[in-house]
Design a binder for this molecule. Structure first.
Ligand code: NAD
Length: 371
C-alpha cells in the first residue's frame, strides 16, 4: 500500500452518548487532518440499537461490509439496558455487534492506557500520599486466548448429582510471542519498560509465558523487562502505580488489572482503548473505543466527557496509521485543556477553584482549538 493512500476509517457511533462523543472526536480528527496534511476517508454507519432501528440488526450487513473495506473501526458504545432486556441475549448489541466484530477481525491485543493528569488528582481513589505525580500506565492484554476460550469448557453433572464446571487455560508459543511483540513495540514508544505479569509459581501457563516473553525481550535490547506474579502486581498497582510503564498480561489477569488500573484515573470518560488485529503492509487493523459504555443516565444532555473517544483517535493514528506526531498532538491538546481548568461534570471538583465546567461540545471545541 502506498503511503499516500487515504486512512480508511469506519466510524460507528452506536447508542446513548456514543453519537455525542463521536461528533467531538470527528471534529478533532478533521482539525488534525488539515494541520498534518493527512487524507482521512471517514464513513459513518449504524451499530447497536441504531443498527436495529435502521436495518433490523445490531450489526447490519452494510456496516460489517464497511468495516471490512476500512483500515480500522472507530467505535462509540452500544447497548441500552432498558431495551436490551426486551430481546434474546444473542441479538443484544454487546454480543451481536461488539463480540462479533472482535471475533471477525481477530483482535488479539487490547491496549488500555491509563494516565492520571496532575490537575485531576482529586478524582483518583488512592490516598494523596500514595498517588505520586503522573500515573501513566499502558496495560497490554492478550484478548483471544487463555481461560476465556480454552477447551474443554463445560458444566457437567456427575453420577452422584454433583455439578462440575470446567474452564481450561491454554496458551501456545505463537500466541504469547505476538502479544509480547505488541508490548515491547509499545514500550519503545513510551518509557521502554515492560512488566510481564504471570503466575509462574503455580501455573504451567505462567512458566511458558515467562519463558517466551523473556526470549522475545532479547529482541528489544533497549527495553527493560521485569516479571511479577499477578497477586503482587495487583498490590503494587495500588501501592506504587508510578513504577509501571507497560504491563503485559494474559487474558484473565489483564481483564482484572486493566480495570484496577482504570480506577486510578478517576473517570471512565478519560480512558481510551485499542484492540489490535493483524498487520497488513504498513497498517495494523484496529478497533478503537472508549473504556466506558453508553451512559444512558447522561445521554442527550451535553454532559458526557468526550476525552475517552478523542484519545481513542490518538491511539488509532499511532497504532493503525503510524502517525505518532498527529497522535501526540491530540494527547498534548487534551493535557493542555485539562491544565487550563476545563472540566466536564465527571471530572469537576468544586474544591478546585481554577476549574471551569463545560459540556461535551465545549470540551470538543476546546481540544480542537488547542490543536
Ligand atoms: P457505563 O460505562 O455506560 O456507565 C457507568 C457510569 O460511568 C455512569 O454513571 C456513566 O454516566 C459514567 N460514564 C461513562 N462514560 C462516561 C463519559 N464519557 N463521560 C461521563 N461519564 C461517563 O456503564 P453501564 O451503565 O454499566 O452500561 C450502560 C450500557 O452500556 C449497558 O447497556 C452496557 O451493556 C453498555 N456497555 C457498552 C460497552 C461497549 O459498547 N463497549 C461497554 C460497557 C457497557
Amino acid at each position: 500500500m502506498s503511503s499516500n493512500e487515504p486512512f480508511r476509517i469506519a466510524a460507528l457511533a452506536g447508542d446513548g452518548i456514543g453519537p455525542e462523543v463521536m461528533r467531538e472526536a470527528l471534529k478533532v480528527l478533521r482539525v488534525v487532518e488539515s494541520k498534518y496534511a493527512l487524507k482521512l476517508d471517514i464513513s459513518e454507519a449504524p451499530v447497536g440499537w441504531a443498527g436495529i432501528d435502521a436495518a433490523g440488526s445490531a450489526l447490519p450487513e452494510a456496516t460489517l461490509a464497511l468495516c471490512k473495506r476500512s483500515d480500522c473501526i472507530l467505535f462509540g458504545s452500544v447497548g441500552l439496558p432498558a431495551r436490551d432486556a426486551t430481546i434474546p441475549k444473542d441479538q443484544r448489541p454487546e454480543r451481536a455487534a461488539l463480540l462479533r466484530l472482535r471475533r471477525e477481525f481477530g483482535l488479539f491485543a487490547n491496549l488500555r492506557p491509563v494516565r492520571l493528569y496532575a490537575e485531576l488528582a482529586h478524582a483518583c481513589p488512592l490516598a494523596k500520599d500514595r498517588q505520586g505525580a503522573g500515573i501513566d500506565v499502558l496495560v497490554v492484554r492478550e484478548l483471544t486466548g487463555g481461560l476465556y476460550f480454552g477447551q474443554p469448557k463445560l458444566t457437567e453433572t456427575l453420577a452422584d448429582g454433583t455439578q462440575r464446571a470446567i474452564d481450561t487455560m491454554v496458551y501456545t508459543t505463537p500466541e504469547i510471542e505476538r502479544i509480547a511483540h505488541v508490548a515491547f513495540r509499545a514500550a519503545k514508544l513510551r518509557r521502554s519498560r515492560v512488566c510481564s505479569i504471570d503466575k509462574a509459581n503455580v501455573l504451567e501457563n505462567g512458566v511458558l509465558w515467562r519463558e517466551v516473553v523473556t526470549r522475545i525481550g532479547h529482541q528489544y535490547p533497549g527495553v527493560s523487562l521485569e516479571h511479577m506474579f499477578v497477586d503482587n502486581g495487583a498490590m503494587q498497582l495500588m501501592l506504587r502505580p508510578t513504577q509501571f510503564d507497560v504491563i503485559l498480561c494474559e487474558n484473565l489477569f489483564g481483564d482484572i488489572l486493566s480495570d484496577e488500573a482504570a480506577a486510578l484515573a478517576g473517570s471512565l470518560g478519560m480512558l481510551p482503548s485499542a484492540s489490535l488485529g493483524a498487520t497488513t503492509g504498513a497498517r495494523t487493523f484496529g478497533f478503537y473505543e472508549p473504556a466506558g459504555g453508553t451512559a444512558p443516565d447522561i445521554a442527550g444532555k451535553d454532559l458526557a466527557n468526550p476525552i475517552a473517544q478523542i484519545l481513542s483517535c490518538a491511539l488509532m493514528l499511532r497504532h493503525t496509521f503510524r502517525s505518532d506526531t498527529a497522535a501526540t498532538a491530540i494527547e498534548t491538546a487534551v493535557a493542555r485543556v485539562i491544565a487550563q481548568g476545563l472540566r466536564t461534570g465527571d471530572i469537576f471538583s468544586a474544591l478546585d477553584t481554577a476549574a471551569q465546567r463545560t459540556g461535551t461540545n465545549g470540551m470538543g471545541d476546546a481540544i480542537a482549538a488547542e490543536i
